[in-house]
Design a protein around this ligand. Structure first.
Ligand code: P6P
Length: 329
């Protein structure tokens, strides 16, 4: 029985498919994998290390910062900044972009990430995740926030790490979606889900029904429709975007965090949550919409811009959008 395909080997095989490749991207991604392994180690023992619970500070959005949020953010920055492949980074936890220290060479990529999404679940041992997106920049030496404000179509790579019953890394570079599972005894990610495709429709819907009093009429009508007789839908909502997305990616279904009267622009972040997951789901045959248009066509106006997100199986997203766009009766 041959040893499974490691992520390291897979990346090098992918690189060989691009003979003109400099190897910079492969090296950048390898640094990202190292950060993922470190965060996984810390998440797995969070209850023991005295690092659960709030850090006593708030992030740019006024949200309680959990200690593991800070640690994950620091792990990413420290692991990624000296590789010489990045010009700058942007994190959900940091107000402004993070320029790579002048001591280190600058590369031609910028990394956007949510270091530990789902932080409210950290203390109760429910799955959390890291989400990342990589863009190319023309001149690594003069990067500004404007270099990050690109539509999702310009991503060169997107992925997530899910710290669930196992730690999985799922990513795309535009050549399909591939999933790798970490074997902690070896310290390697092994290919476990080659060329993931989302079912064209599903039986799962994910939405926080606690917000239903704020929903706009189109959302009310859509949810009523899929809960009506004749539809065998089931509700699943973890409250961790990566966990909810990953389950629906594999089983089919739809996740909705729509605009409502409370979150008029939606709650989730465009650049480092919606865009990377939209790239993945479209590569897997699914769809991702704001409710009015394709997520990956939105031209960002600001780094931490929020967006409505309707994402999952293509037929389900199209049906939901038809309701959300319906003229108000
Ligand atoms: P709500 C977690 O805080 C998060 O950013 C996503 O991971 C998740 O999908 C969403 O917020 C949950 O939000 O309002 O349902 O608790």
């Amino acid at each position: 029985m041959p040893v499974g395909m490691t992520l390291t080997k897979f990346l090098h095989e992918e690189q060989r498919r691009h003979p003109d490749s400099s190897g910079n991207f492969t090296s950048l991604f390898s640094d990202l994998v190292t950060a993922a392994k470190i965060i996984s180690r810390e998440v797995r023992k969070a209850g023991l290390g005295g690092i659960i619970g709030a850090a006593g500070t708030k992030n740019v959005h006024g949200e309680e910062v959990q200690k593991l949020d800070e640690l994950a953010n620091e792990m990413f920055v420290r692991t990624m900044e000296h590789g010489g492949h990045l010009a700058a980074m942007a994190s959900e936890e940091m107000d402004d972009i993070i320029h790579v220290d002048g001591r280190y060479p600058k590369g031609k990529y910028v990394l956007l990430f949510d270091p530990l999404d789902g932080s409210s679940n950290i203390d109760v041992n429910i799955s959390v995740g890291t989400i990342f997106s990589i863009l190319r920049v023309a001149d690594g030496g003069n990067v500004t926030a404007k270099d990050f404000l690109k539509p999702g179509m310009e991503q060169v790579c997107a992925g997530y790490i899910l710290y669930g019953s196992s730690t999985m890394l799922v990513y795309t570079t535009g050549h399909g979606v591939h999933g790798f599972t970490l074997d902690p005894s070896v310290g390697e990610f092994f290919l476990s889900h080659m060329d993931i495709k989302i079912p064209s429709s599903g039986k799962i819907f994910s939405i926080n029904e606690g917000n239903s009093r704020h929903w706009l009429p189109g959302t009310v009508q859509y949810i009523d429709k899929i809960k009506s007789n004749g539809r065998e839908m089931t509700a699943r909502y973890v409250g961790s975007l990566v966990a909810d997305f990953h389950r629906n990616l594999l089983k089919g279904g739809i996740f909705l965090y729509p605009a409502d009267r409370k979150s008029t622009r939606g709650k989730l972040r465009l650049l480092y949550e919606a865009n990377p997951l939209a790239f993945i789901v479209e590569q897997a045959g699914g769809a991702a919409s704001t409710g009015e248009g394709r997520i990956m066509e939105v031209v960002p106006g600001e780094l931490h811009q929020r967006t409505p997100l309707i994402i999952g199986s293509r037929a389900d997203v199209e049906e939901a959008v038809s309701f959300l766009n319906a003229p108000v009766a």
